[in-house]
Design a protein around this ligand. Structure first.
Ligand SMILES: NC(=O)c1ccc[n+]([C@@H]2O[C@H](COP(=O)([O-])OP(=O)(O)OC[C@H]3O[C@@H](n4cnc5c(N)ncnc54)[C@H](O)[C@@H]3O)[C@@H](O)[C@H]2O)c1
Length: 345
Protein backbone atom coordinates (compact mmCIF):
# COMPACT_ATOMS: atom_id res chain seq x y z
CA UNK A 1 0.00 0.00 0.00
CA UNK A 2 1.26 3.48 -0.76
CA UNK A 3 0.30 5.76 2.11
CA UNK A 4 0.64 9.52 2.59
CA UNK A 5 1.22 10.57 6.20
CA UNK A 6 0.94 14.30 6.91
CA UNK A 7 2.39 15.76 10.12
CA UNK A 8 5.05 13.04 10.01
CA UNK A 9 7.58 15.02 12.06
CA UNK A 10 4.96 15.31 14.79
CA UNK A 11 4.49 13.21 17.91
CA UNK A 12 1.80 10.86 16.57
CA UNK A 13 2.69 11.10 12.85
CA UNK A 14 6.28 10.01 13.37
CA UNK A 15 5.21 6.94 15.36
CA UNK A 16 2.55 5.91 12.84
CA UNK A 17 5.00 6.45 9.94
CA UNK A 18 7.57 4.29 11.73
CA UNK A 19 5.17 1.39 12.34
CA UNK A 20 3.77 1.48 8.80
CA UNK A 21 7.24 1.57 7.24
CA UNK A 22 8.38 -1.24 9.52
CA UNK A 23 5.56 -3.51 8.35
CA UNK A 24 6.39 -2.79 4.69
CA UNK A 25 3.98 -0.12 3.43
CA UNK A 26 5.37 2.53 1.05
CA UNK A 27 5.33 5.75 3.03
CA UNK A 28 5.44 9.29 1.73
CA UNK A 29 5.84 11.41 4.86
CA UNK A 30 5.30 15.17 4.78
CA UNK A 31 5.50 17.98 7.34
CA UNK A 32 6.21 21.70 7.20
CA UNK A 33 8.43 21.44 10.34
CA UNK A 34 6.97 24.63 11.78
CA UNK A 35 8.30 26.16 14.99
CA UNK A 36 5.14 25.98 17.12
CA UNK A 37 7.40 24.10 19.53
CA UNK A 38 11.11 23.29 19.67
CA UNK A 39 12.06 21.90 16.26
CA UNK A 40 14.84 19.78 17.76
CA UNK A 41 12.10 17.33 18.71
CA UNK A 42 10.79 17.25 15.14
CA UNK A 43 14.24 16.72 13.66
CA UNK A 44 14.91 14.07 16.31
CA UNK A 45 11.73 12.17 15.37
CA UNK A 46 12.67 12.41 11.68
CA UNK A 47 16.11 11.02 12.50
CA UNK A 48 14.35 8.03 14.12
CA UNK A 49 12.74 7.51 10.70
CA UNK A 50 16.16 7.66 9.04
CA UNK A 51 15.54 11.12 7.58
CA UNK A 52 17.69 14.20 7.47
CA UNK A 53 20.99 13.74 9.15
CA UNK A 54 21.71 17.08 7.49
CA UNK A 55 19.66 20.22 6.80
CA UNK A 56 16.13 19.82 5.44
CA UNK A 57 15.60 22.70 3.02
CA UNK A 58 12.38 24.56 2.30
CA UNK A 59 12.03 23.34 -1.32
CA UNK A 60 8.78 21.41 -1.42
CA UNK A 61 9.74 19.13 -4.29
CA UNK A 62 12.98 17.87 -2.76
CA UNK A 63 12.71 14.26 -1.61
CA UNK A 64 14.69 12.83 1.32
CA UNK A 65 15.07 9.04 1.29
CA UNK A 66 15.21 7.27 4.62
CA UNK A 67 18.46 5.59 5.48
CA UNK A 68 16.56 3.21 7.77
CA UNK A 69 13.58 2.23 5.61
CA UNK A 70 13.95 1.85 1.84
CA UNK A 71 10.15 2.27 1.61
CA UNK A 72 9.96 5.70 3.28
CA UNK A 73 10.71 9.17 1.98
CA UNK A 74 10.09 12.66 3.34
CA UNK A 75 9.17 15.97 1.71
CA UNK A 76 8.89 19.31 3.47
CA UNK A 77 5.43 20.28 2.32
CA UNK A 78 2.78 22.35 4.06
CA UNK A 79 -0.77 21.07 3.61
CA UNK A 80 -1.74 24.70 3.09
CA UNK A 81 0.34 24.61 -0.13
CA UNK A 82 -2.34 23.56 -2.60
CA UNK A 83 -0.09 23.31 -5.67
CA UNK A 84 2.57 21.25 -3.91
CA UNK A 85 -0.05 18.82 -2.64
CA UNK A 86 -1.74 18.47 -6.04
CA UNK A 87 1.62 17.73 -7.66
CA UNK A 88 2.39 15.14 -5.02
CA UNK A 89 -0.98 13.37 -5.37
CA UNK A 90 -0.75 13.40 -9.19
CA UNK A 91 2.71 11.84 -9.06
CA UNK A 92 2.30 9.29 -6.27
CA UNK A 93 -1.19 7.76 -6.75
CA UNK A 94 -1.74 7.09 -3.04
CA UNK A 95 -3.85 4.17 -1.84
CA UNK A 96 -4.50 5.73 1.55
CA UNK A 97 -4.02 9.08 3.27
CA UNK A 98 -3.55 9.81 6.99
CA UNK A 99 -3.92 13.47 7.91
CA UNK A 100 -2.29 14.34 11.21
CA UNK A 101 -0.86 17.74 10.25
CA UNK A 102 -2.63 20.40 12.25
CA UNK A 103 -2.14 23.32 14.54
CA UNK A 104 -2.60 21.47 17.82
CA UNK A 105 -3.10 22.80 21.34
CA UNK A 106 -6.20 24.01 23.16
CA UNK A 107 -4.69 26.88 25.14
CA UNK A 108 -2.65 28.24 22.21
CA UNK A 109 -5.89 28.63 20.22
CA UNK A 110 -7.16 31.20 22.71
CA UNK A 111 -4.29 33.61 21.90
CA UNK A 112 -3.58 32.56 18.30
CA UNK A 113 -6.91 31.83 16.61
CA UNK A 114 -5.76 32.50 13.05
CA UNK A 115 -3.08 29.79 13.18
CA UNK A 116 -5.90 27.23 13.30
CA UNK A 117 -7.55 28.37 10.11
CA UNK A 118 -4.49 27.87 7.88
CA UNK A 119 -3.65 24.27 8.77
CA UNK A 120 -6.85 22.90 10.25
CA UNK A 121 -9.36 24.32 7.78
CA UNK A 122 -7.59 25.48 4.58
CA UNK A 123 -5.01 22.68 4.83
CA UNK A 124 -7.64 20.08 5.60
CA UNK A 125 -9.70 21.22 2.61
CA UNK A 126 -6.63 20.94 0.35
CA UNK A 127 -6.02 17.37 1.49
CA UNK A 128 -9.59 16.20 1.09
CA UNK A 129 -9.90 17.96 -2.29
CA UNK A 130 -6.83 16.01 -3.43
CA UNK A 131 -8.48 12.80 -2.19
CA UNK A 132 -11.43 13.71 -4.38
CA UNK A 133 -9.36 14.58 -7.46
CA UNK A 134 -6.94 11.63 -7.12
CA UNK A 135 -9.16 8.87 -5.74
CA UNK A 136 -7.92 6.85 -2.78
CA UNK A 137 -9.20 3.82 -0.86
CA UNK A 138 -9.32 5.37 2.62
CA UNK A 139 -8.86 8.78 4.23
CA UNK A 140 -8.06 8.70 7.95
CA UNK A 141 -7.85 11.99 9.84
CA UNK A 142 -7.10 13.10 13.39
CA UNK A 143 -9.97 14.54 15.35
CA UNK A 144 -9.85 15.05 19.10
CA UNK A 145 -11.57 14.33 22.40
CA UNK A 146 -11.90 18.11 22.67
CA UNK A 147 -14.93 17.95 20.31
CA UNK A 148 -16.91 16.65 23.31
CA UNK A 149 -16.56 20.14 24.80
CA UNK A 150 -19.22 20.71 27.46
CA UNK A 151 -20.54 17.16 27.17
CA UNK A 152 -21.58 16.11 30.66
CA UNK A 153 -22.34 12.44 30.03
CA UNK A 154 -19.45 10.05 30.62
CA UNK A 155 -17.89 8.05 29.18
CA UNK A 156 -17.87 10.05 25.94
CA UNK A 157 -19.48 8.05 23.15
CA UNK A 158 -19.30 8.60 19.41
CA UNK A 159 -23.12 8.62 19.52
CA UNK A 160 -23.20 11.71 21.79
CA UNK A 161 -24.32 14.91 20.10
CA UNK A 162 -21.29 17.21 20.13
CA UNK A 163 -22.26 20.80 19.49
CA UNK A 164 -20.58 22.60 22.39
CA UNK A 165 -16.83 23.05 21.75
CA UNK A 166 -15.05 25.36 24.22
CA UNK A 167 -11.97 26.23 22.14
CA UNK A 168 -11.37 27.18 18.53
CA UNK A 169 -9.10 24.14 18.29
CA UNK A 170 -12.05 21.90 19.19
CA UNK A 171 -14.28 23.79 16.75
CA UNK A 172 -11.72 23.25 13.96
CA UNK A 173 -11.63 19.50 14.68
CA UNK A 174 -15.43 19.27 14.69
CA UNK A 175 -15.39 21.18 11.38
CA UNK A 176 -13.02 18.54 9.95
CA UNK A 177 -15.50 15.83 10.88
CA UNK A 178 -18.31 17.72 9.13
CA UNK A 179 -16.18 18.42 6.04
CA UNK A 180 -15.16 14.76 5.79
CA UNK A 181 -18.76 13.59 6.14
CA UNK A 182 -19.77 15.95 3.36
CA UNK A 183 -17.00 14.72 1.00
CA UNK A 184 -17.76 11.13 1.89
CA UNK A 185 -21.43 11.58 0.96
CA UNK A 186 -20.82 13.69 -2.15
CA UNK A 187 -17.89 11.80 -3.67
CA UNK A 188 -18.01 8.40 -1.96
CA UNK A 189 -14.60 8.87 -0.31
CA UNK A 190 -14.23 6.32 2.52
CA UNK A 191 -13.37 8.51 5.53
CA UNK A 192 -12.64 7.77 9.17
CA UNK A 193 -12.09 10.35 11.90
CA UNK A 194 -10.22 9.29 15.01
CA UNK A 195 -10.83 11.19 18.24
CA UNK A 196 -7.57 10.91 20.18
CA UNK A 197 -7.62 11.28 23.97
CA UNK A 198 -4.66 13.09 25.67
CA UNK A 199 -1.66 11.28 24.20
CA UNK A 200 1.62 10.87 26.10
CA UNK A 201 4.85 8.91 25.74
CA UNK A 202 8.36 9.11 24.27
CA UNK A 203 8.87 11.96 21.78
CA UNK A 204 5.78 13.69 23.21
CA UNK A 205 4.81 17.30 22.73
CA UNK A 206 6.54 19.89 24.95
CA UNK A 207 3.37 22.02 25.12
CA UNK A 208 1.42 19.21 26.83
CA UNK A 209 1.24 18.50 30.56
CA UNK A 210 3.22 15.20 30.64
CA UNK A 211 6.33 16.79 29.08
CA UNK A 212 5.90 20.07 30.97
CA UNK A 213 5.63 18.18 34.28
CA UNK A 214 8.52 15.79 33.51
CA UNK A 215 10.83 18.69 32.68
CA UNK A 216 9.89 20.87 35.65
CA UNK A 217 10.01 18.02 38.19
CA UNK A 218 13.37 16.82 36.85
CA UNK A 219 14.82 20.33 37.03
CA UNK A 220 13.17 21.02 40.41
CA UNK A 221 11.13 23.91 39.01
CA UNK A 222 7.51 24.55 39.97
CA UNK A 223 4.52 23.28 37.98
CA UNK A 224 1.15 24.99 37.50
CA UNK A 225 -1.71 22.73 38.52
CA UNK A 226 -4.90 24.06 36.98
CA UNK A 227 -8.39 23.92 38.52
CA UNK A 228 -6.50 23.29 41.79
CA UNK A 229 -5.75 19.78 40.55
CA UNK A 230 -9.42 18.89 40.20
CA UNK A 231 -9.30 17.57 36.64
CA UNK A 232 -9.59 14.13 35.13
CA UNK A 233 -7.96 12.99 31.91
CA UNK A 234 -8.07 9.81 29.90
CA UNK A 235 -4.30 9.72 29.28
CA UNK A 236 -3.48 7.38 26.39
CA UNK A 237 -0.08 5.94 25.58
CA UNK A 238 1.36 6.73 22.13
CA UNK A 239 1.71 3.06 21.07
CA UNK A 240 -1.99 2.45 21.73
CA UNK A 241 -2.87 5.52 19.65
CA UNK A 242 -0.60 4.50 16.76
CA UNK A 243 -1.58 0.82 16.74
CA UNK A 244 -5.27 1.68 17.03
CA UNK A 245 -5.01 4.14 14.14
CA UNK A 246 -3.31 1.55 11.92
CA UNK A 247 -5.94 -1.08 12.74
CA UNK A 248 -8.63 1.40 11.75
CA UNK A 249 -6.73 2.38 8.60
CA UNK A 250 -6.74 -1.27 7.53
CA UNK A 251 -10.51 -1.47 8.02
CA UNK A 252 -12.07 0.54 5.18
CA UNK A 253 -15.62 1.86 5.76
CA UNK A 254 -18.18 0.36 3.39
CA UNK A 255 -21.46 2.11 2.53
CA UNK A 256 -23.68 -0.75 3.73
CA UNK A 257 -22.09 -0.84 7.18
CA UNK A 258 -22.28 2.90 7.87
CA UNK A 259 -25.04 5.27 8.95
CA UNK A 260 -27.21 6.48 6.03
CA UNK A 261 -25.09 4.45 3.61
CA UNK A 262 -22.29 7.05 3.73
CA UNK A 263 -18.80 5.45 4.00
CA UNK A 264 -17.89 7.60 6.99
CA UNK A 265 -17.12 6.69 10.59
CA UNK A 266 -15.79 8.17 13.82
CA UNK A 267 -13.89 6.27 16.52
CA UNK A 268 -12.66 7.25 19.96
CA UNK A 269 -9.15 6.06 20.71
CA UNK A 270 -8.56 6.44 24.42
CA UNK A 271 -7.37 4.34 27.31
CA UNK A 272 -10.89 4.42 28.81
CA UNK A 273 -9.31 4.66 32.24
CA UNK A 274 -9.61 8.29 33.39
CA UNK A 275 -7.05 9.43 35.96
CA UNK A 276 -7.12 12.30 38.44
CA UNK A 277 -4.54 14.95 37.56
CA UNK A 278 -2.95 14.64 41.02
CA UNK A 279 -2.53 10.87 40.56
CA UNK A 280 -0.93 11.48 37.18
CA UNK A 281 1.54 13.93 38.73
CA UNK A 282 2.24 11.41 41.48
CA UNK A 283 3.16 8.73 38.91
CA UNK A 284 5.62 11.13 37.26
CA UNK A 285 7.10 12.05 40.65
CA UNK A 286 7.72 8.37 41.42
CA UNK A 287 9.27 7.67 38.00
CA UNK A 288 11.47 10.77 38.13
CA UNK A 289 12.33 10.21 41.80
CA UNK A 290 11.56 13.80 42.90
CA UNK A 291 8.56 15.65 44.37
CA UNK A 292 6.80 18.33 42.31
CA UNK A 293 6.63 21.92 43.54
CA UNK A 294 2.96 22.56 42.81
CA UNK A 295 1.40 25.97 42.30
CA UNK A 296 -2.38 25.62 42.32
CA UNK A 297 -4.23 27.79 39.81
CA UNK A 298 -7.83 28.23 38.56
CA UNK A 299 -9.25 26.54 35.46
CA UNK A 300 -7.84 27.85 32.17
CA UNK A 301 -10.14 29.09 29.40
CA UNK A 302 -10.67 26.36 26.80
CA UNK A 303 -10.02 23.50 29.25
CA UNK A 304 -12.61 20.90 30.19
CA UNK A 305 -13.00 19.19 33.56
CA UNK A 306 -12.96 15.61 32.35
CA UNK A 307 -12.23 13.42 29.35
CA UNK A 308 -13.22 9.76 29.31
CA UNK A 309 -13.42 7.63 26.17
CA UNK A 310 -16.06 5.00 25.59
CA UNK A 311 -14.17 2.56 23.35
CA UNK A 312 -16.94 0.00 22.87
CA UNK A 313 -17.22 0.88 19.16
CA UNK A 314 -13.46 0.53 18.64
CA UNK A 315 -13.50 -2.84 20.36
CA UNK A 316 -16.59 -4.32 18.67
CA UNK A 317 -16.04 -3.02 15.11
CA UNK A 318 -12.24 -2.95 14.90
CA UNK A 319 -11.29 -5.48 17.56
CA UNK A 320 -8.84 -3.13 19.24
CA UNK A 321 -8.46 -2.06 22.85
CA UNK A 322 -5.70 0.19 24.21
CA UNK A 323 -3.80 -1.91 26.75
CA UNK A 324 -0.94 0.11 28.22
CA UNK A 325 -1.80 1.28 31.73
CA UNK A 326 -0.61 4.53 33.27
CA UNK A 327 2.13 3.00 35.43
CA UNK A 328 3.76 1.18 32.52
CA UNK A 329 3.27 4.13 30.15
CA UNK A 330 4.75 6.71 32.53
CA UNK A 331 7.75 4.50 33.22
CA UNK A 332 8.44 4.08 29.50
CA UNK A 333 7.96 7.81 28.97
CA UNK A 334 10.32 8.85 31.79
CA UNK A 335 12.90 6.27 30.69
CA UNK A 336 12.94 8.00 27.29
CA UNK A 337 12.86 11.44 28.93
CA UNK A 338 16.04 10.71 30.88
CA UNK A 339 17.80 9.11 27.90
CA UNK A 340 20.16 10.78 25.44
CA UNK A 341 17.48 10.47 22.76
CA UNK A 342 15.56 13.36 24.35
CA UNK A 343 16.93 16.56 22.78
CA UNK A 344 15.16 18.77 25.35
CA UNK A 345 16.13 17.24 28.68
N1 LIG B 1 -1.34 14.67 21.06
C1 LIG B 1 -2.61 14.64 21.49
O1 LIG B 1 -2.89 14.44 22.67
C2 LIG B 1 -3.72 14.80 20.49
C3 LIG B 1 -5.04 14.66 20.98
C4 LIG B 1 -6.10 14.82 20.09
C5 LIG B 1 -5.87 15.07 18.76
N2 LIG B 1 -4.58 15.22 18.31
C6 LIG B 1 -4.39 15.52 16.89
O2 LIG B 1 -3.50 14.55 16.35
C7 LIG B 1 -2.71 15.15 15.31
C8 LIG B 1 -1.25 14.97 15.62
O3 LIG B 1 -0.99 15.57 16.88
P1 LIG B 1 0.44 15.59 17.56
O4 LIG B 1 0.24 15.53 19.01
O5 LIG B 1 1.31 14.61 16.86
O6 LIG B 1 0.88 17.08 17.20
P2 LIG B 1 2.27 17.64 16.62
O7 LIG B 1 2.17 19.12 16.68
O8 LIG B 1 3.42 17.00 17.31
O9 LIG B 1 2.25 17.14 15.13
C9 LIG B 1 1.64 17.86 14.08
C10 LIG B 1 2.66 18.04 12.99
O10 LIG B 1 2.01 18.69 11.90
C11 LIG B 1 2.92 19.64 11.38
N3 LIG B 1 2.11 20.68 10.74
C12 LIG B 1 1.36 21.64 11.32
N4 LIG B 1 0.78 22.40 10.39
C13 LIG B 1 1.17 21.90 9.19
C14 LIG B 1 0.92 22.26 7.85
N5 LIG B 1 0.14 23.31 7.54
N6 LIG B 1 1.46 21.51 6.86
C15 LIG B 1 2.27 20.45 7.15
N7 LIG B 1 2.58 20.09 8.40
C16 LIG B 1 2.01 20.81 9.41
C17 LIG B 1 3.74 20.15 12.53
O11 LIG B 1 5.01 20.63 12.12
C18 LIG B 1 3.86 18.91 13.41
O12 LIG B 1 5.07 18.23 13.16
C19 LIG B 1 -3.14 16.60 15.24
O13 LIG B 1 -4.10 16.71 14.23
C20 LIG B 1 -3.75 16.85 16.59
O14 LIG B 1 -4.69 17.89 16.55
C21 LIG B 1 -3.51 15.08 19.15
Amino acid sequence: MKILVTGAAGFIGSKISYLLAERGDDIVAIDNINDYYDVRLKYGRLRELGIGEGYICLEWNKEYNSTKFKNLKFLRIGIDNHDALSNLFAKEHFDKVINLAAQAGVRYSIANPYAYMTSNLDGFLNIIECCRNYPIKHFLFASSSSVYGMNKKVPFSEEDVVQTPVSLYAASKKSNELMAHCYSKLYGIPCTGVRYFTVYGPWGRPDMAPMVFAKAITNENSISVFNNGDMIRDFTYIDDIANGSIKILDNIPINNDCANGVPYRIYNIGCSNPVKLMDFINEIEIAVGKKAKKIFKPMQPGDVYMTYADTTKLQTEIGYKPNIDLHEGINKFIEWYKSDKNPLK
